[in-house]
Design a protein around this ligand. Structure first.
Ligand code: GLU
Length: 359
């Protein structure tokens, strides 16, 4: 496979006498010579447990201490500490929690006592949180999101090994300057392109356009080649924001109605992302409703419901004429994240497009 030819082992943290100790430290404790990784827990299946009645399992049950205690091998990789930020199924993730997470990550990494951060997260919206943090955390230090698709106690539970891999990446100086990363099922991904591709099977995640950034084998990370982050990549300082502009998504399909577009405009959305068909194409009724929304100052971004490929300007839709923005490589849910942030700065379609092109 071509991918493996470019693999290079960057660094594996040396094992020290402290390996025999617990490895656990207080947040902010300084231990010389060992990477210090702080784990922020938010819930999801990685913190889930099988239950005997009702639904088969519940997400967001186990606390961060239980997650860390379940993986004794962590002590061979880093000194680590944990913090419970939330304990939810990630279908309940929202703007408030995103803003809180971004502030906490920036605060920890601006300080001198944290070398890397791991965020445990439900897999349903993990890609959106990864994208949000990628755009709102400015640090060369590693920030790594991780989840699991099988809860503790299930046959083939994947949480412990995924967490071990994530800490390994966060503890590794070779992970610096790569933006926010995601580790799942032995693969390492950039935040921008990763998406959940299976509700139930392995691997549950893929980066359909760019592929994985690296592989994990026995807790060691092997990076592939990379082009590097775009110097035009936008950054949004959310330290003083307490809410984000409302942006909705409309889904394209045969026989689609324009009612959802009209409802979003009526509800006061400042932006609308279209998950269009093919290369972001729009039924003529939906096109008319979006053109009308755009003329009233709602920023319209065209993305596609198709899992891979790009949505480029002026292919079949005349974006110039309607003042639309093309999402490029971003899927609809990530285009929504970026649009929320961009709208804190501008509503001008050409400036919005510039920021989309830079990411
Ligand atoms: N729906 C839950 C969540 O996203 C569980 C799914 C999972 O983590 O895989 O948190």
């Amino acid at each position: 496979m071509a991918f493996f030819s470019g693999l290079k082992k960057i660094f594996s943290p040396a094992r020290t006498a402290r390996e025999e100790s617990t490895g656990k430290i207080e947040p902010g404790e300084k231990v010389r010579g060992r990477p210090r990784v702080h784990v922020l827990a938010t819930g999801g299946t990685i913190a889930g447990r099988l239950v005997s009645t009702g639904p088969r399992y519940r997400a967001g049950v186990l606390g961060v201490e239980a997650l860390l205690d379940a993986v004794p091998a962590l002590r061979g990789l880093a000194d680590y500490s944990g913090e419970q930020v939330a304990n939810i199924g990630s279908q309940d993730m929202d703007d408030d929690l995103w803003l809180k997470l971004a502030r906490r990550v920036n605060e920890l990494l601006d300080g001198q006592y944290t070398d890397g951060i791991v965020i445990t997260h439900g897999t349903d919206t993990l890609e959106e949180t990864a994208c949000f943090l990628d755009l709102t955390v400015r640090t060369p230090k590693p920030v790594v999101l991780v989840g699991a698709i099988r809860p503790a106690g299930a046959l083939g539970a994947d949480g412990a090994v995924n967490l071990l891999d994530a800490v390994s990446v966060a503890a590794n100086p070779g992970s610096a300057g790569r933006g926010v990363l995601v580790v799942m099922h032995g693969s390492l991904f950039e935040a921008r392109d990763i998406t959940k591709v299976s509700t139930s099977g392995f691997p549950a995640f893929a980066a359909p356009n760019s592929g994985p950034l690296g592989q994990l084998v026995d807790g060691r990370v092997y990076y592939g080649q990379r082009a590097g982050l775009s110097p035009k990549r936008p950054f949004f300082d959310v330290s003083r924001l307490d809410k984000l502009p409302p942006v909705g998504i409309v889904y394209g399909h045969s026989g689609v109605s324009d009612a959802p577009v009209k409802a979003l405009v009526e509800a006061g959305c400042r932006g609308i992302v279209s998950a269009g068909v093919g290369s972001g194409n729009l039924h003529h009724d939906v096109l008319a409703a979006l053109a009308n929304a755009s003329s009233r100052g709602v920023v319209v971004v065209r993305a596609s419901r198709v899992p891979s490929g790009l949505t480029l300007r002026n292919m079949e839709v005349d974006d110039n004429r309607y003042g639309f923005v093309a999402a490029g490589m971003l899927n609809p849910q990530k285009a929504r994240v970026l649009l929320q942030l961009v709208l804190t700065r501008t509503r001008k379609p050409e400036e919005v497009q510039r920021m989309f092109d830079g990411y």
